[in-house]
Design a protein around this ligand. Structure first.
Ligand SMILES: NC(=O)c1ccc[n+]([C@@H]2O[C@H](COP(=O)([O-])OP(=O)(O)OC[C@H]3O[C@@H](n4cnc5c(N)ncnc54)[C@H](O)[C@@H]3O)[C@@H](O)[C@H]2O)c1
Ligand SMILES: O=C(O)[C@H]1O[C@H](OP(=O)(O)OP(=O)(O)OC[C@H]2O[C@@H](n3ccc(=O)[nH]c3=O)[C@H](O)[C@@H]2O)[C@H](O)[C@@H](O)[C@@H]1O
Length: 386
């Protein structure tokens, strides 16, 4: 493998990375990238390894020995500090991060996103280890513009909705709106990490992903996850399409999101890993401001793309409206609009996303169809009455 150079033309030394939550959606793509394109070693920590099994076995893989899986729960495992000490860099991805949990399991959500992350921050700070911590765009909450009258011309002014790391406020709903338990816990851990940097010199980078999507995201209920659980929107809509059910639009599907392809986003994380001088001390939005849609438009686009990749015509009524109370239960609330400002990541790392929404949906739904269509068909065959 040729020596890799950083953005300032210096050779990059191979490093050991302690990746917590390596068995999840983002972790699996990051491990794949690190194994295929870099000489770095990964200590992969998680309670599950299904999504990285293809990287761990067989022993004949070209990167064998560079990735080692440690099955552990960071809530209670004395091996954590030792593993952080063995590494040059820790990346913390571990979290409960599906909205259906925020209002129904608020305690688990707060513990997972704040309390369980505390020892990780502490061990990094005490042992002078660099930390890349995964936060979320949800820390911005709602836009300032959402509080203006519906017909206010100011709603069209980017100053009222574009989300900037260093100037935008964090606007959450009331405490009864438990949806915000996740965002609030993430905000507090961001503040703690920032304070460790300011007071104790911790080298940190905080990542705020804006709806990263792609293959291996979450699970298909009843196939590789519990049938009564609700994953994030990509998996919900994929599940509906695979089962030929209408896609459920929560509260009319009016909320807006910007979706970025996981493979584009992983490029940004690799730049952070390999350019510490440019990444340390920064909070980065990582998203694709050009891929904005309402959830209704996302549903329409996924319906068209899925008809193309599956070769089956779409349903006559491809969507159905549901209330958020019915879908998520009491205490749900929503972010209205999420456009990342890209100034800081452009300036520090020169990163820009490349993939259009259509293209990323086409490759993702091709994967979903290939991975799940048969299993869904089998699970839907009704037993014949005797
Ligand atoms: N996917 C996105 O677009 C997105 C957006 C915003 C923020 N994030 C953040 O990025 C991180 C990763 O997200 P993801 O989409 O890969 O989620 P994911 O659920 O697929 O991955 C999280 C992984 O962490 C593991 N984990 C959780 N608690 C653990 C514990 N106590 N001990 C050991 N392992 C534990 C889980 O088993 C899982 O494999 C999270 O912190 C999330 O809040 C993701
Ligand atoms: O991905 C992110 O950047 C962050 O945002 C997500 O939050 P959200 O975008 O609200 O979650 P999704 O499940 O992806 O839902 C997006 C929108 O689709 C809607 N939705 C979801 C599912 C569904 O079947 N129908 C539907 O209309 C939701 O109400 C919401 O408005 C999650 O909180 C995190 O994974 C992450 O921190």
């Amino acid at each position: 493998m040729a020596t890799r150079m950083d953005l300032d033309g210096r050779p990059i030394k191979p490093m050991t990375i302690c990746m917590i939550g390596a068995g999840g959606f983002i972790g699996s793509h990051l491990c794949e990238k690190l194994m295929a394109e870099t000489p770095h070693k990964v200590l992969a920590l998680d309670v599950y390894s299904d999504k990285i099994k293809h990287l761990l076995e067989p022993d004949s893989l070209p990167w064998a020995g560079r990735i080692v899986f440690h099955r552990l729960n960071i809530k209670h495992d004395s091996r954590l500090e030792g593993l952080i000490k063995m590494a040059d860099l820790t990346i913390n991805l571990a979290a409960i991060c599906t909205p259906a949990d925020y209002n129904t399991r608020p305690l688990d959500t707060i513990y997972s996103n704040f309390i369980d992350a505390l020892p990780v921050v502490k061990y990094c700070s005490e042992n002078n280890k660099r930390l890349i911590h995964f936060s979320t765009c949800e820390v911005y909450g709602k836009t300032i513009g959402s509080f203006l009258p519906k017909d206010s011309p100011l709603r069209k002014d980017p100053a009222y909705y574009v989300l900037k790391e260093d100037t935008s406020p964090c606007i959450f709903g009331s405490i009864e709106k438990q949806r915000w338990s996740y965002a609030c816990a993430k905000q507090l851990i961001e503040r703690l990490i920032y304070a460790e940097g300011a007071e104790n010199g911790l080298d940190f980078t905080i990542v705020r992903p804006f709806n990263w999507i792609g293959p291996r995201m979450d699970f298909i209920p009843g196939i590789d996850g519990p049938s009564e659980s609700v994953p994030r929107v990509l998996a919900c809509f994929s599940n509906n399409l695979l089962r030929r059910e209408p896609l459920k639009l929560v509260d009319g599907g009016e909320s807006q999101r910007t979706f970025v392809y996981i493979k584009d986003a992983i490029e940004a994380v690799l730049l952070m890993i390999e350019n510490p001088d440019r990444a340390n001390g920064h909070i980065f939005n990582v998203g694709n401001p050009n891929n904005e849609v309402t959830v209704r438009q996302l549903a329409e686009m996924m319906t068209k793309v899925y008809a193309k990749v599956s070769g089956k015509p779409s349903l006559e009524s491809p969507t159905i409206d549901v209330s958020s109370k019915e879908f998520y239960g009491e205490g749900y609330d929503d972010s209205d609009k999420r456009i990342p400002d890209m100034t800081i990541i452009n300036r520090q790392l020169g990163w820009n996303p490349k993939t259009t929404l259509w293209d990323l949906l086409e490759s993702t739904l091709t994967y979903q169809h290939r991975t799940y269509a048969e299993a869904i068909k089998k699970s839907m065959v009704k037993p014949i009455a005797s």
